[in-house]
Design a protein around this ligand. Structure first.
Ligand SMILES: Nc1nc2c(c(=O)[nH]1)N[C@H]1C(S)=C(S)[C@@H](COP(=O)(O)O)O[C@H]1N2
Ligand SMILES: [Mo]
Length: 319
C-alpha cells in the first residue's frame, strides 16, 4: 500500500509496477540497468534471497480442506518482504525494525456485544485450540502475491469462548499502540492504532483464521506476532497484525485504510479483478519470486467457498 507523497506518485508513473513498491530496490535496479544489465535478472535477485534451509524439507502436518497445491513462497521472502507500517514503510523495514518487539506476555481485550468480555492472556486463550497448517494464497492490493503456509485456527474457535451475542453484526480488531516499540507510530503514515473489521458471517467462515505461525514455526514479529488475522479472499491489508483488541459491534467498523482514503479502500476489500484501484489495475498480479504476471482470480480463487456471503450485493459498490 502506498502513502500518497509526491515522490511515490511520481515514481509510480515512471516505473514499471513491480519495481516501484520498494524504493531502495528501485534505486538498486535503476543503477544496474544504467550499467547495462538485464532488468529481469536483477528484479528477481533481491526477492530470492533464500537461505533455503528453513523451508527445504518442510511439509504440512496434515492437509487442510482449503489448501492450494501451488508452489510455496520461500520462507525468506515471506519474512523479509513485508507490509507493517508500524515498523516502517519499506518492504524490508519490518524485518529489521521489529526484531526486539515484545510479544510475550500478550494481553487481548475482548469488548462489546459478547457474554464474556474480558482481558485475556493469549497463552490461556490458545489452550485447547488445535493449530493447523493451512496453505493460502495471499494477494496484496499493490498487486504482488505469495503462497503462505500459515499455522493457525479458525476465528470461530476463539470466538466461541467469548460467546458473541446475536446483536453483534461485525467484529473490529485493533493492533497494539506503543510508539516506543513501534517507531512507525511516531509518524502520521496512518491514524494509529491500525483497525480492521469483518462482517460476523465473514469472520465465522472457516477460511478466516488467526495465524500464530508460518512454515510450522512461530510467527516472526514482522509477520504480525504473536497473532494476526488471515482472510485469503480479501486484499492483504485486511490481515491486521499484532492484535490486542477484539470488539463485537452492531455497526460496520471504520477500518484504518478506509479512513485514510475511502475512494481507494472499501470495507469489504474482496479480491476482485474487475474493480480497479483508482490509481492502478487489479486485474493481474505478480507472485513474489516470479517474473511474469498472472491473472488475478475473483475472490483470490476462493469463490466457490465464499461467494454465497455476497449474494445479491453489487460488488462494485461494496468494494
Ligand atoms: N497492524 C498492521 N497490520 C497490517 C499492516 C500494517 O501496516 N499494520 N499491513 C497490511 C498489509 S497492506 C498487508 S499486504 C499484510 C502483509 O502481511 P505480511 O507482511 O505478513 O505479508 O499485512 C497487513 N496487516
Ligand atoms: Mo497490502
Amino acid at each position: 500500500m502506498l502513502i500518497k507523497r509526491a515522490n511515490d506518485i511520481l515514481s509510480s508513473e515512471i516505473t514499471p509496477e513491480p519495481l516501484y513498491h520498494n524504493r531502495r530496490q528501485f534505486i538498486r535496479t535503476a543503477g544496474a540497468a544504467a550499467a547495462g544489465l538485464a532488468v529481469g535478472s536483477i528484479i528477481e535477485q533481491p526477492l530470492r534471497r533464500l537461505s533455503a534451509l528453513e523451508q527445504q524439507d518442510w511439509k504440512p502436518k496434515q492437509k487442510s480442506p482449503f489448501d492450494t497445491d501451488e508452489k510455496l513462497t520461500p520462507y525468506k521472502d515471506i519474512t523479509t518482504y513485508n507490509n507493517f507500517y508500524e515498523f516502517g514503510i519499506d518492504k524490508d523495514d519490518p524485518a529489521e525494525n521489529a526484531q526486539n518487539f515484545k510479544t510475550k506476555p500478550w494481553s487481548v481485550k475482548v469488548e462489546g456485544l459478547a457474554k464474556k468480555p474480558a482481558a485475556y492472556n493469549l497463552e490461556d486463550l490458545l489452550k485447547g485450540i488445535t493449530l493447523e497448517d493451512r496453505i493460502y494464497r495471499m494477494r496484496c492490493v499493490e498487486a504482488w502475491s505469495m503462497v503462505i503456509p500459515w499455522l493457525g485456527f479458525p476465528l470461530s474457535e476463539l470466538f466461541k469462548k467469548f460467546e458473541p451475542l446475536p446483536k453483534a453484526k461485525f467484529v473490529e480488531f485493533t493492533t497494539l499502540l506503543d510508539s516506543n516499540q513501534m517507531p512507525g507510530q511516531k509518524r502520521p503514515y496512518l491514524n494509529w492504532p491500525y483497525v480492521e473489521g469483518l462482517r460476523m458471517d465473514e469472520a465465522m467462515h472457516p477460511l478466516a483464521i488467526f495465524a500464530v505461525g508460518l512454515y510450522g514455526k512461530e510467527l516472526p514479529n514482522q509477520n504480525g506476532a504473536p497473532f494476526r488475522l488471515v482472510v485469503p479472499w480479501k486484499y492483504g491489508f485486511k490481515g491486521i497484525k499484532s492484535i490486542v483488541k477484539i470488539r463485537f459491534v452492531e455497526n460496520q467498523p471504520v477500518s484504518t485504510w478506509t479512513q485514510a482514503n475511502s475512494d481507494e479502500y472499501g470495507f469489504y476489500s474482496n479480491v476482485n479483478p474487475s474493480v480497479d484501484h483508482p490509481r492502478w489495475s487489479q486485474s493481474s498480479e505478480r507472485r513474489i519470486g516470479e517474473f511474469f504476471k498472472r491473472k488475478t482470480l475473483m475472490f483470490n480463487g476462493y469463490g466457490e467457498y465464499v461467494e454465497h456471503l455476497y449474494a445479491g450485493m453489487d460488488l462494485k459498490r461494496y468494494f
